[in-house]
Design a protein around this ligand. Sequence first.
Ligand SMILES: NC(=O)c1ccc[n+]([C@@H]2O[C@H](COP(=O)([O-])OP(=O)(O)OC[C@H]3O[C@@H](n4cnc5c(N)ncnc54)[C@H](OP(=O)(O)O)[C@@H]3O)[C@@H](O)[C@H]2O)c1
Length: 327
Amino acid sequence: MKTHNWGILGTGGIAHKFSRALSLLDNARLYSVGSRSINKASAFAAEFGFQKHFGSYEEFLADPDLEIVYVSSPHSLHLEHTLLALHNGKHVICEKPMSINASEVKEMSDAATTRGLFLMEALWPPFQPSYIKAEEILSGGRMGKLLHMRGKFGFIAPYDPQLRTYNIEFGGGSLLDIGIYPIMDILRYMGVPDLIEAAAVLSPTGADESTSMIFKYNDGRLAEAYCSFGTMAGTSTEFNCEKGNLILSRGRDRSQHLLIEYSNDTEERIFTPPAQGYQYEAVEVMNCIDKGLKQSPVVPLSFTLSLARILDSVRKQAGIRYPGRDK
Ligand SMILES: NC(=O)c1ccc[n+]([C@@H]2O[C@H](COP(=O)([O-])OP(=O)(O)OC[C@H]3O[C@@H](n4cnc5c(N)ncnc54)[C@H](OP(=O)(O)O)[C@@H]3O)[C@@H](O)[C@H]2O)c1
């Protein structure tokens, strides 16, 4: 088994969780850390045991032995940082959302393709055991046809215009931060909707505090999604099928729940992967690279682009604006 040299770009909250997960994998070498601050890079490297650390992203990416970069900066910087990594010949897994709009996502995807490098959006749910089980049940036939979905992701994020979550310069707002997950589920299982309707409640910065969406399909199916920094809606996705329902949800302890409901039978499965399951997306990256693949068959760039186009469409409908990046 080949060991891959991983580097972390940005030392924020999710980079900590991802690095903890990465440290569980035998074929992932915790190689280097890039930060805007040498002190932060040094502390982060020491905390997880990375071999090298750098006080600028440029120096970090110039290292010829660095192979795979995890981009974990705020959304609005994913474009710049991913392109920088690709230009330096690195494979990239970039945090969600891949970027602020679909034309930026296309630019990133084209850059990876032109350079023959691997690129994937860090959409971790499809790699989780609960999702894999749900997919197995959906495709097994006993549930019948999937007719309707309802997904939500909400928690209270107290308003602070400086924080990444509400700062419009960083692409703040619940839609790009957490609404992306129920939309991802609906896109994954029901496809691209034919009609989208959406409305948002904006915070004083213009970042959406809450957004509600309805997706309509020409064959008569409907789906709904909701995201919010203002309610404790929780995280769940409901699949309503001809002969039963599946409900995927996340417990407060981050455990993954799958409720399987038939008319005369209900079963609950609980999955508690170590490190919240962030390691599975890293496994996918390394498996793909080992096979010479430039994209993940589970989360291909075409999926990321479709997702970005839906997010653009929701934003236009709901009046959510990102100054200078409203393409
Ligand atoms: N997959 C998930 O479950 C999940 C969960 C949370 C967040 N995320 C995604 O991960 C990304 C980062 O989120 P986070 O919560 O980790 O954010 P965060 O705690 O604010 O960290 C972001 C990091 O980006 C770097 N950065 C580069 N330029 C920056 C700038 N101008 N201002 C601020 N930071 C800058 C900083 O690292 P240095 O100072 O070291 O350079 C900072 O620590 C977001 O796109 C978010 O959507 C994903």
